[in-house]
Design a protein around this ligand. Sequence first.
Ligand code: NAD
Ligand code: UGA
Length: 461
Amino acid sequence: MVKQTFKKHVTCIGAGYVGGPTMAVIAAKCPDVKVTVVDINAARIAAWESDDLPIFEPGLLDVVKKARGRNLFFSTDVDAAIRSADILFVSVNTPTKTFGEGAGKAADLQYWEKTARNIVKASASDKIIVEKSTLPVRTAHAMERILNANGKGIHFEVASNPEFLAEGSAVKDLLNPDRVLIGTQETKTGLAARKDLVDLYAHWVDRKNIITSNVWSAELSKLAANAFLAQRISSINSMSAFCEKTEADVSEVGYAIGKDNRIGARFLHASVGFGGSCFKKDILNLVYLCERYGLWEVAQYWEYVIRINEYQMTRFVQNMIQAMFNTIAKKRIAILGFAFKANTGDTRESPAIYVTKKLLEEQAHVIITDPKAIANAKIDLAGCKGTFEFASDPYAAVKGAHAIAVCTEWEEYKHLEFKRILKSMEKPAFIFDGRNILDHVRLFEMGFNVFPVGKRPLTHY
Ligand code: NAD
Ligand code: UGA
C-alpha cells in the first residue's frame, strides 16, 4: 500500500462547535492537508467518528463524510497530534470566569493555558499556533512567552484567526465566509506564518476576502464584531419596549430603518432576547478589559448592551404574567423552542432558560418542546425546583395549556395546525410570540389572545 503524503499537517485542539465544523471544512477543501481534531472528551471524539455527530448543524454530516478517513481524523491522542502538526489551531472553550479576580466578567483562560503547556511538553519542532478560540486582546503575547520559554530551542509563532461562524449556519458560513481574518506579528517568522495561513484558506476563499492585520487588531476585531452584532439586537429590543407603549410596530420600524444602506437590514429582529455561548461572554470580557485599562465610560457603554438584553427577557415574562390576570401559579405553559436560535440543539445562554426559570418561580407548570434541544434542556434544568416536563411532540406540549411562549424561531412552528392547538388548550388561550414568527392576525381571528414583541397585543377581552 502506498503511504499517502500530505503537504501540511494541521491539528485542532478542541472538537466543539467551532473546532469540529471548521476543521471538517478545511479538510474537505484541502485534500493535500492532513487534519486531525483532538479533544480530551472521549465521548465527543467517538461521536465525531460516527454518523451521530455531537452537534446538530445543517449540512455538517455531508462535509464530515467527504473527508473523514481520507484527510480528516478525530482522536483523543492530543500529544501525538501536537507533535505531528505544522499548524496547530486551538479552539478550546474560554467561558466567563466564575471565581477570583474578574469573576463574572473576565475570560477563564485555564483551558487555553493548559493547552499551551501541553503544546510545549509534546512538541519537538517549530510550529504555528493559531488562536481560534475567542480571547482577550493581547493573549497572544502571554502565550508566546509561555510557549517560547520551552528550553528546547523550538520556535512557536502565535497567530490570531478568530472564527466568525454562527451556529445553525456554520457550514454555509465556513464555505462562503464574508471574510477570513489572520492576525500575525510583522516579523520575518510572523509574515511567514501569515503566508501559510493565507495559503491554507485560499484553497477555497477568494484571496480578496482573506484579510490580514496585526495580532492585537485580530483579537480585538472578534470581540468588537460580537459586541456590534449584539448591540444591534439590544438597540431594536429597546425600541420594541417603546413600540409597546406607543402602538408603533417594531417590525415596521426595523424594516424602515434597515432600508437605509448605512444601517442595513440584518440583525434587527426584535426578540425575547439574544442567547448563545458568546455574545454575553465576549461583551463581558470586553467590559472587563476596558475597566482594566481605566476606560470606564467605554466599559459602561458596552455593559448596557447586556443590561438591555436582561431587561428584554424580564419584560417578556412580566408581560406574560400581567396578561394572564397576574397569576400563573398551577397554569400549564408550553415553551415552544428551547435552543438559543433555530437550526441548532445548543442551549447555552438561551433566553428559554431564563423564561422557564422565572415561570417556575411563579409556580407555573412548564412543558418544554424543541426539535433538537431537549437533551440539553434537561441538563440546563436539572435540579430546578418546580413542575416541568418535556415533550418531543409540540401538539402534546400544548395540550391543556393556558399559554404558549415561542422562544425559538424554528421554521416548523410557523406551520403548526393552530386550529387544532386552540381546541386542545384552556380558554382564554394565550400566545406570547417571543420571536415574532407567527401570523398574529390569523391567530387572533381564530380566537387566540396574541402578544408579540414590540407590537400591539391582539386580545379578545
Ligand atoms: P465547546 O465547548 O463546544 O468546545 C471546546 C472543546 O475544547 C470541548 O470539547 C473541550 O473538551 C475541549 N477542550 C478543553 N480543554 C482541552 C484541552 N486541554 N485539550 C483538548 N481539548 C480540550 O466550545 P466552542 O463553542 O467550540 O467554542 C470554542 C471557542 O470558539 C470559544 O473561545 C468561543 O468563544 C469561540 N467561538 C465559538 C463560536 C460558536 O458559535 N460556538 C463561534 C466563534 C467563536
Ligand atoms: C454569533 C455571531 O453571529 C457569529 O458571527 C460569532 O462567530 C458567534 O456569535 C460567536 O462568536 O460565537 P451565534 O451566537 O451562533 O453567532 O448566532 P447569532 O445568529 O448571532 O444569534 C445570536 C442570538 O441573537 C440568538 O439568540 C438569536 O436568536 C438572536 N438574534 C439574532 C435576535 O434576537 N435578533 C436578530 O435580529 C438576530
